[in-house]
Design a binder for this molecule. Structure first.
Ligand code: SR1
Ligand code: MG
Length: 413
């Protein structure tokens, strides 16, 4: 665990400029001289500092870890998270170059990451809250998860490579701890870090903490998350980790990367679509992306499955022995996707609950006209999440899930 180091200093504008000026490939990209560069701090997430630096010829995005949570300096934290984001981009960006950012530089002593700047993109959550997102982002994320998951799993390449990947990202314990605590544990035990709307939702928080079926479902999902290194996950795939400009869709912020069940990424994304749909029933933008997301995920999984090579899962089985025939491949793929769908339901339930009463809540609920209506929308979201966790069999296909999200909007508009 790296807490700090001799070269680490949190950047101010002068240090940031000095850092970039010493990187010839970045300085050339920006153009001009350091005095010509404009720096804008655009930190938006909970953890890190982020700047956009613009020069006469181009722009870059710079991210630096802080020795604490950005939004809570009393919550101390090691610096290594940008190293995991860099490692994630090294593995994933070549697989889906049009759906994320290229890694331009990483300084492992100052914990500084430089990626291409996404301008004039906006955060997808912001676009959804403004009801201005361009349809199609769900399918783009389905493609992103479908390809990146197959290609970073045991389905692609010999198992030795996957074991190394699992070991590399298993060291991302600080952020994995945040996920286990904030997403999967605190909301189910009335933890002081929770922030339910008080007094409207205090009783609901206590009810969740007393619900044995829910506690068992959460425990099973913790087991699944920590004990099933199926593929390299983004690990924080909510609508705040996606930037959009028209139909250009880019996944950012891979610092929570870890090998785990693919349904975790799917569940986080779908949950945040569901939250937006329930929080703002006057907009169908998020709701309408749920089915296309899953359809694109299935289609891209099929394509990537056909392109993957050298897997020990498929090795040693020859034509005529079963695995080489298309029907057997299709059966294996269907089982893979069905398992991911089942996981997705549960992880979506966890994510909806934590974003509604937990530590890291979301802006979507501000769409409500008043506190009473906001509390009602939050309660309906929690009701859907509970069903996802304790009655998953009721959501047999993606259309049923989308209809349940629509129903959870009640009559409000
Ligand atoms: C203390 S970090 C809180 C949340 O912000 C990140 O984006 C993750 O979603 C994390 O759970
Ligand atoms: Mg983030």
């Amino acid at each position: 665990m790296i807490t700090t180091g001799p070269m680490y200093r949190t950047f101010d504008n002068a240090l940031l400029c000095q850092h970039l000026a010493a990187l010839p490939h970045i300085a050339v990209r920006l153009g001009g001289a350091p005095d010509d560069w404009e720096i804008a701090e655009v930190s938006d997430g909970n953890l890190n500092m982020v700047w956009i630096v613009r020069g006469p010829d181009g722009a870059v995005c710079v991210k630096q870890s802080l020795p604490h949570v950005r939004v809570d300096p009393s919550w101390k934290m090691p610096l290594d998270r940008t190293a995991f984001e860099a490692a994630y981009l090294r593995d994933v960006a070549p697989l889906v170059p049009d759906l994320t950012t290229a890694l331009l530089d990483f300084d492992a002593e100052r914990f500084v990451l430089v990626v291409e700047a996404l301008t004039p993109h906006v955060v997808l959550r912001t676009a959804l809250c403004a009801r201005s997102a361009t349809p199609g982002f769900g399918a783009a994320i389905g493609r992103f998860v479908g390809r990146s998951s197959v290609m970073t799993s045991l389905l692609n390449g010999p198992f030795e490579g996957m074991m190394q990947r699992i070991a590399r990202f298993a060291a991302n314990t600080t952020l994995t701890r945040i996920t286990v605590d904030l997403v999967m544990t605190d909301p189910f035990c009335a933890h002081p870090r929770n922030r339910p709307m008080r007094p409207e939702l205090t009783a609901l928080e206590q009810e969740l903490a007393a619900d044995v079926a829910l506690a068992r479902a959460a425990a099973a999902l913790r087991q699944r998350f920590l004990g099933t290194p199926q593929a390299l996950l983004h690990g924080d795939l909510h609508t705040g980790s996606i930037m959009v400009h028209g139909q250009d869709v880019r996944v950012i912020d891979g610092e929570f990367a870890v090998c785990g069940p693919v349904g975790f990424d799917c569940g986080q994304f779908v949950a945040n679509l569901a939250i937006n749909a329930i929080a703002d029933p006057g907009s169908d933008l998020a709701l309408n992306e749920i089915v296309p997301f899953w359809a694109a995920f299935l289609a891209e999984t099929e394509r990537a499955w056909a392109e993957a090579r050298g897997s020990d899962i498929h090795a040693g089985i020859h034509a005529g022995a079963g695995m080489a025939d298309p029907a057997t491949q299709a059966a294996l793929r269907t089982a893979w996707c069905d398992g991911i769908y089942a996981d997705m339901l549960g992880f979506a339930g966890l994510e909806i609950i934590r974003r509604t009463i937990g530590y890291a809540q979301v802006a979507d609920y501000a769409a409500a006209p008043d506190r009473a209506e906001e509390a009602a929308r939050r309660s309906r979201a929690i009701g859907l999440a509970r069903r996802l966790l304790v009655q998953p069999a009721a959501f047999g296909d993606i259309g049923t899930l989308a209809r349940a999200v629509a129903d959870a909007r009640g009559d409000a508009v």
